[in-house]
Design a protein around this ligand. Structure first.
Ligand SMILES: NC(=O)c1ccc[n+]([C@@H]2O[C@H](COP(=O)([O-])OP(=O)(O)OC[C@H]3O[C@@H](n4cnc5c(N)ncnc54)[C@H](O)[C@@H]3O)[C@@H](O)[C@H]2O)c1
Length: 271
């Protein structure tokens, strides 16, 4: 099979902080699949992270943008179209942060200013990216947009706090904007609901190691890694999935369909 399934595709990848980031692995996989793209992250993250190393590996350019700031997004999108010498074929939104989770605020004691930040960074930024791309007419027909999400949008994971609300909203934006962008330019918009993955954002969730192991034991295929997720993104960015849109796609080794597994029964038996 021709593995260069993204040759001639131009993209923007949000959220590569370090090599553990899902977006970092997506960038590597897109590069191997022949894509050209711009990497972006918040200015503060660019100072902390090692994104320039990734940019060098992928022959790509880094453009700073706070994903909550529409002026930054306008500059990012227009500069990317210029640098890539054409409109955009794929976008990855791999952005998330909750000050409540980070500061270990209980769900029953949320700080509402923090909650607004959680929603703005982790959910509304997805709308802002899409709306800016729409207004600047920056996406090609049949472009593919992916947002990363987690099953706490549908089921309760206590340590996930207010990120559950953000993910539910993110998934809803994918459906709502998926309709409008589908009609407008045949653009497809999906979310990938990824297994727990050991990254900076993931590890900030309380009880993360336990629910990482629990998910791994419950899923018949085990947890999907960041690299597996990257391969799935490449497929969704490609023309092989042209008619898939407005979906929340579980990429979780089967976790979302499970009730109980023998492995979990054995674990409980041992206690
Ligand atoms: N790690 C997991 O277990 C897991 C599971 C399912 C979904 N996800 C989702 O995957 C996505 C990527 O997270 P990750 O696990 O790779 O962790 P990560 O910490 O590597 O990535 C999160 C990124 O969001 C960026 N970010 C935060 N605020 C921003 C802002 N204002 N503007 C622009 N960028 C900003 C960070 O700089 C970072 O690069 C997130 O949406 C996360 O919720 C993660």
């Amino acid at each position: 099979m021709n593995k260069q399934i993204l040759s001639n595709k131009r993209g923007i990848i949000f959220g590569a902080l370090d090599e553990h980031s899902i977006a970092w692995q997506v960038a590597l996989a897109c590069h191997h699949a022949g894509a050209k793209f711009v990497l972006t992250n918040a200015p503060v993250a660019l100072r902390m992270g090692q994104i320039n190393v990734l940019a060098e590996q992928c022959s790509s350019k880094v453009i700073a943008a706070d994903a909550t700031n529409t002026e930054d997004l306008k500059n990012l999108i227009n500069s990317s179209v210029k640098y890539l010498d054409g409109k955009i074929d794929f976008l990855l939104h791999s952005v998330g942060m909750s000050p409540n989770v980070r500061k270990k605020k209980a769900y029953t004691d949320l700080n509402y200013n923090f909650l607004q930040k959680t929603m703005d960074i982790s959910a509304l930024s997805f709308h802002k990216v899409l709306q800016t791309a729409w207004k600047e007419d920056a996406l090609n027909d049949w472009a593919s947009v992916i947002g990363l999400t987690y099953i706490a949008a549908q089921r309760t994971f206590p340590g996930y706090g207010d990120m559950a609300e953000a993910k539910a909203t993110l998934e809803s934006i994918a459906r709502s904007f998926g309709y409008h962008y589908g009609i407008h330019k045949k653009v497809r918009i999906n979310t990938i609901s990824q297994s727990p993955t050991k990254t900076t954002a993931g590890s900030g969730v309380s009880g993360f190691d336990q629910f990482f192991d629990y998910a791994d034991q419950l899923s018949p295929l085990g947890n999907a890694s960041a690299k597996d997720c990257a391969n799935f993104c490449v497929m969704l960015f490609s023309d092989y999935t042209k008619m898939v849109t407005m979906q929340n796609l579980f990429h979780d080794g089967g976790f979302s369909s499970m009730g109980m597994s023998d492995a979990i029964i054995n674990l409980i038996d041992k206690k």
